[in-house]
Design a protein around this ligand. Structure first.
Ligand SMILES: *Cc1c(COP(=O)(O)O)cnc(C)c1O
Length: 431
């Protein structure tokens, strides 16, 4: 072993990683060279795409100044929205710290564009949990249902395919907006590739050209070279404490797409009449710009971590989704342990590897909105940020853990090795 490798090994020892664990990790990493090279190529493309957008918009130091009050003529805010529109190849963008999270961004895009009597269609099954209350699938105060917007859903076929005949039947004269969730979120269905989303939208537009196609892009940004807006999405929505914030954005969400639909969203977010013209940026602009600049590389690191984890745990005989070889369309990795102790050890390992709060031991807990105890691991600079290395698992069959993020590949790797270390210590795996 070369000296520089030996000093890294020594540090792993000092930080609690058994030699068997790091050797197993090294063996897996050795098999992933081609996968990682392909991820690096995507990062290179997306990095150039973002720099090009920033250059064309003539981003300058004045963009980083804080504004207050109404925020009229906020240069930084206006140019940032130009940059997002350029990178997503859309007419317009709304990128704001006043958008508090991904659910808020989606709620604003939906309620800004739907009117009483309209119908919303999800042709890809049940949307993300928090959207159930936005739509009113679960009765909720202020839901779209309370405003007279109806909802229809077509589930995916058992093999994960689109149920085209049922989608065709579900489209009707009241269908105003179709919402398509790219990521599987915390379900077991496959994540949709941008290509498949494009095919689905083409099918829908052929039958109803005036329908608005919106994509929930959460966890998907920069995973591929194309975004849903490159294949026909009229609106695309996400959170800045996931991929596009690059780990630096302390809050925020984005909505990109056709000018008229983004404008409707702005009137809902701010106020009729005011729209995009107001909204002070309060000093977050540097982190929004710099985070977006870093986002392709950060997403690439998180993706390498997900692929590494899939291969580590698959090799040990656990069921993993996506599997070790599948192509990736988001940064989420699920590992099924089959018993609570596995989920707990995994999450405790992720926590122990964090740069923040590493001394805390997470335990399963009853959480609002969940029907079982949940264990969550996060040692993040930004509270709740899931582009940072994080994991959570409901304590119920099949005892699966969902993990995502990692601001650097090296941290993601350390976290996964530490999770394996905890499983080894608990006697749940043998190496
Ligand atoms: C994260 C996420 C959301 C929004 O979640 P927030 O926690 O409100 O940011 C919506 N849809 C999907 C698929 C997500 O992954």
């Amino acid at each position: 072993m070369e000296n520089r490798e030996r000093v890294t090994e020594t540090l792993y020892r000092e930080m609690g990683i058994d030699p068997k664990v790091s050797a197993f990790g090294a063996q897996i990493e050795e098999t992933l060279k081609e996968r990682f090279a392909a991820i690096d190529e995507t990062v290179e493309y997306n990095q150039l795409k973002v720099i090009k957008a920033m250059q064309e918009s003539r981003v300058e130091a004045a963009c980083f100044a804080a504004t207050s009050g109404y925020g009229y003529n906020d240069l930084g805010r206006e140019k940032l929205e130009e940059v997002y529109a350029a990178a997503f190849h859309t007419e317009a963008a709304l990128v704001r710290p006043q958008i508090t999270c991904g659910t808020h961004a989606l709620a604003v895009a939906l309620s800004g564009n739907l009117r009483p009597g309209d119908e919303l269609l999800s042709p890809v099954g049940k949307p993300y949990d928090t959207l159930e209350e936005v739509i009113g699938i679960r009765p909720s105060k202020g839901s779209l249902a309370e405003y007279g917007v109806t909802y229809r859903q077509v589930d995916l076929l058992p093999d994960g395919g689109f149920d085209y005949p049922a989608i065709e039947k579900a489209l009707n004269e009241r269908t105003k907006l179709v919402t398509i969730q790219r990521s599987k979120g915390y379900q077991t269905r496959p994540t949709l590739s941008v290509k498949r989303i494009g095919e689905l939208m083409a099918f829908i537009k052929e039958r109803k050209p005036d329908v608005i196609c919106m994509v929930d892009n959460c966890y998907g940004e920069f995973v591929e070279r194309l975004e849903p807006t490159d294949v026909g999405a009229d609106l695309c929505v996400g959170s800045l404490i996931k991929n596009p914030g690059g780990g630096l954005a302390p809050v925020g969400g984005y909505i990109v797409g056709k000018e008229k639909y983004v404008e409707q969203a702005a009137y809902r977010l701010i106020s009729p009449g005011l729209g995009k013209e107001v909204g002070a940026s309060l000093g977050v602009m540097t982190s929004f710009y710099q985070g977006f600049f870093l986002a392709p590389a950060v997403t690439g690191g998180a993706l390498k971590g997900a692929v590494f984890a899939a291969n580590v745990y698959e090799k040990l005989g656990f069921s993993v989704l996506p599997d070790g070889r599948e192509s990736r369309h988001d940064i989420i990795q699920a590992v099924t342990f089959g018993k609570p102790e596995g989920v707990i050890a995994f999450c405790q390992g992720i926590q122990a590897a964090a740069p923040v709060d590493s001394y805390v031991t997470p335990e399963p807990w009853a959480m609002p909105g969940y029907d079982s105890d949940v264990i969550m691991a996060a040692g993040a600079f930004v509270q709740g940020s899931s582009i940072e290395l994080s994991a959570d698992g409901p304590i119920k069959p099949p005892y699966a853990v969902y993990f995502q993020g990692g601001l650097t590949w090296q941290h993601a790797k350390f976290g996964i090795l530490m999770s394996l270390q905890k499983l080894l210590e608990a006697g749940l795996v043998t190496l």
